[in-house]
Design a protein around this ligand. Structure first.
Ligand code: BDR
Ligand code: CA
Length: 311
């Protein structure tokens, strides 16, 4: 079983990613760490707990993380996810408890206590928790098996500014620490996630799974696609974060290449841009596996076949 930590700011698409992980016996989910991002930390933590309840997994360990980026004021995305971050759903207040330990302490201790290379971290939000963990405990860098990250964009440009994707833009200094860390990184930028669209037929399939999880997922996706359809003029909105978990389960659905990625941390105009050397025009060494293509039908099929196994 793959030892996994999910670092997240739920968010409807984060919620689907967590559900996919909880529906998949391939994972030993060590913990879920929350961070401020789509909505403030108190709400992302409540939302993570609600998702554990929905999956029938109140035993999941949820750790609350950083309530603001390393050096900048927090930017949130209620315009996409609604005031609660999980608008569209109707789930009861959560039963899954929050652990006493802060998320950064949990990250450091669990990476140290497992064999080097054993733990994978899926990051679905701003990278503040992991960035701070690496600042406080640089020794963990060589012990992390890999980081599978939703973040960045290059050919598609940005979604929060012209140049930057939300997760990187919110905490570019934290992202910069991770891209310089020499941890193996798999990156799911907008270039691939914009190909994963929640067409109505796909939402209907979730609604028809016959379980509460499917019903709530259909509601989440119906809510979050409204904004995205208007913005992008597409049939359905992009389902970003579950790409990370799907890649761990079925990497053959994806294709990409090893590239150098540098985070812009200084420019006002392009702050948080992921400068991806796709064409290898620089002599900078590759530091990430950057995904650009996906078998989207295969992805939705995997998701539906897994989610049907939840309550
Ligand atoms: C990312 O930002 C958030 O709004 C989503 O949850 C996703 O992680 C997409 O840019
Ligand atoms: Ca997210």
């Amino acid at each position: 079983m793959q030892k996994l930590i999910i670092d997240t700011d739920p968010g409807q698409d984060d919620a689907v990613a967590i559900l996919l992980a909880l529906a998949s016996p391939e994972f030993d989910l060590l913990g879920i760490t929350t961070v401020a991002g789509n909505v403030p930390l108190d709400l992302t933590t409540i939302n993570a707990r609600k998702i554990c309840d929905l999956a029938g997994r109140p035993d999941c360990l949820v750790f609350a993380g950083q309530d603001r980026p390393l050096v900048r004021p927090l930017v949130t995305a209620e315009h996409v996810h609604g005031r609660t971050g999980l608008d569209g759903t109707d789930m009861p207040p959560p039963q899954t408890p929050v652990q006493d330990m802060p998320a950064v302490d949990f990250l450091i201790s669990s990476i140290r206590e497992h064999p080097a290379g054993a733990v994978t971290i899926a990051t679905l939000g701003p990278l503040t928790n992991l960035g701070l963990a690496l600042q406080q405990a640089p020794d963990i860098a060589s012990r992390i098996g890999q980081v599978v990250m939703m973040g960045g964009g290059f050919f598609e440009g940005g979604n929060i500014t012209v140049a930057a994707e939300f997760n990187i833009y919110v905490d570019p200094e934290a992202a910069d620490i991770i891209f310089r860390s020499e941890i193996p990184i798999v990156m799911m930028p907008l270039d691939v996630t914009h190909k994963v669209l929640t067409h109505q037929k796909r939402i209907d399939r979730f609604a028809g799974l016959g379980n509460e999880t499917g019903r709530q997922v259909a509601k989440m996706l119906s809510f979050s696609e409204r904004f995205d359809e208007k913005k992008y003029g597409t049939d359905g909105g992009p389902l970003h974060d579950p790409c990370t978990i799907a890649w761990l389960l079925a990497p053959k659905l994806f294709s990409g290449r090893h590239c150098n990625v540098v985070i812009e941390t200084r420019s006002e105009l392009t702050l948080g841009m992921t400068v991806i050397d796709w064409w290898r025009v620089s002599d900078r060494a590759p530091n990430a596996h950057v995904i650009r293509d996906i078998d989207d039908d295969g992805f939705f099929d995997l998701l539906a076949r897994r989610l049907v196994g939840l309550p």
